[in-house]
Design a protein around this ligand. Structure first.
Ligand SMILES: [Zn+2]
Length: 436
């Protein structure tokens, strides 16, 4: 989720620039560096378990009466585009605007409902998946696997029971923060804002949240967190973590991306960094251009926000459209190679077992040339083939690494639950008759 709109304070914080997708104009035409997709790349996409760990599509499902299976949808993640690109599973992001204070759970439940409703309407084509085994089974059946991740720990309202409820409804990861610092974890999005009360990483309760996520089997996601929160989470977790949608800071120096030390720490932890496709996270030029235009963008978008501030539910698509429009007129897409550079770098630093796909589709309005939607997954395969990676290596990146983390998180949860059950049994113990 890129949109940073605080409706009640009408402040727009821009984490990067926006560029329209697939719009005309010579500057937006793919350059010759964008590889054509070979039959081999398409075949790998068709056979592999391709999993993407972050798409903001539910914002449309809940607000725009969007149907995932409808052929004329313009979203980046749709069923027909998933079939074209070989995408087998998507972690749909459940993101609640932080200014919804007092309504975090309500909005989160609406978003969860919107994803589940898609699977109820079209059970032959799409189904909920809760485990790695579910994803493999659904892929074999030719059905699309829908998963969910909560984006932003503020959604649990400082209550572990709410965290457990989200798990029971199917949520399988949670980013400890979004762009806002919450009551128990610092975010990279406001770490330099002196008006925000910070905690120097995770609080004691934040550590309890991580421990409870380990125990119930919800993946700890460190995308969006402040650097100190990252290190506290790594020191606390007993299971592998993910960075569901982050890229490499050595190539693009923005706080949302990860340093090489962080990449190595995730590798040591057994986790996966899923590469974000957002232009301003994978291209320094885009990051700089978008920063330079941020005041101008604010001026263009603020009136749209003002128009919808009392009806956020219906306003989201309009605000998104205004941002795309602004970008179409002002910003240039980075070359496709910028994205592959990030895959390549993270593979070199963390290893082939620790990289995956974390597009941020439908939450971004700009991606490198040739990456317009989930139909373009084979182009990433082509980019990796062209850099000498083998099919087994590419399959790890496409989904096998994410499956491995899920299996390990499920195993650690079973183990921790056995331990906590036996502690509870010991504490409740047999009745004590000694006083008799
Ligand atoms: Zn995000």
């Amino acid at each position: 989720m890129r949109l940073h709109v605080c409706l009640f304070c009408t402040v727009l914080v821009i984490s990067g620039g926006v560029i329209s997708l697939g719009q005309g104009g010579s500057e937006n035409r793919p350059s010759s560096a964008t590889p054509q997709i070979s039959a081999r790349a398409r075949e790998i996409a068709r056979r592999a378990i391709v999993i993407d760990t972050h798409a903001d599509t539910p914002q449309w499902m809940v607000d725009g009466a969007y149907d995932f299976t409808h052929p004329s949808n313009t979203q980046m993640v749709t069923l027909s585009r998933a079939h074209q690109g070989g995408l087998k599973a998507e972690f749909f992001s459940v993101w609640t605007e932080p200014s919804y204070v007092g309504h975090f759970e309500e909005r989160t439940l609406d978003l969860i409902d919107s994803v589940r409703r898609q699977t109820e309407r079209h059970p032959q084509q799409i189904a909920m998946a809760s485990t790695a085994a579910d994803i493999r089974r659904l892929a074999a059946e030719g059905r699309f696997a829908a998963l969910m991740g909560v984006e932003g720990g503020h959604a649990i309202n400082d209550d572990l029971a709410v965290l457990r409820d989200y798990y029971r409804l199917g949520v399988r990861y949670m980013t400890l923060t979004w762009s806002n610092t919450n009551d128990w974890a610092d975010s990279s999005g406001d770490i330099n804002d002196p008006k925000v009360q910070h905690h120097n990483g995770l609080t004691d309760f934040g550590r309890q949240v991580v421990a409870e996520m380990n125990r119930i089997g919800m993946i700890v996601d460190i995308s969006h967190v402040a650097d100190k929160t990252f290190w506290d989470a790594i020191a606390t977790t007993k299971a592998p973590v993910i960075a569901s949608h982050s890229a490499a800071r050595a190539l693009t120096n923005v706080p949302r991306d990860m340093t090489d030390d962080m990449l190595r720490a995730v590798a040591k932890n057994g986790g996966v960094v899923q590469v974000n496709f957002y232009s301003a996270f994978v291209s320094q030029q885009s990051a700089d251009a978008s920063k330079a235009l941020s005041a101008e963008e604010k001026k263009a978008i603020d009136p749209v926000i003002a128009e919808w501030k009392n009806d956020w539910v219906h306003g989201y698509p309009h605000i998104d459209e205004a941002q795309r429009q602004f970008a179409a007129e002002h910003l240039k897409r980075p070359p496709f190679s910028a994205l592959i550079d990030h895959f390549d770098h993270i593979i070199k630093v963390a290893g082939i077992d620790h990289v995956g796909l974390g597009s941020d589709w439908d939450g971004i309005d700009s991606a490198p040339e040739g990456m317009d939607s989930c139909a373009d997954v084979p182009r990433i395969i082509q980019g990796l083939l062209d850099r000498g990676y083998s099919e087994p290596q590419i399959r790890k990146v496409l989904g096998e690494n994410t499956l491995r983390v899920m299996i390990e998180v499920e195993r650690v949860a079973r183990e921790l639950q056995r331990e906590s059950d036996s502690v509870e049994r010991a504490n409740s113990g047999p009745p004590d008759h000694s006083h008799k």
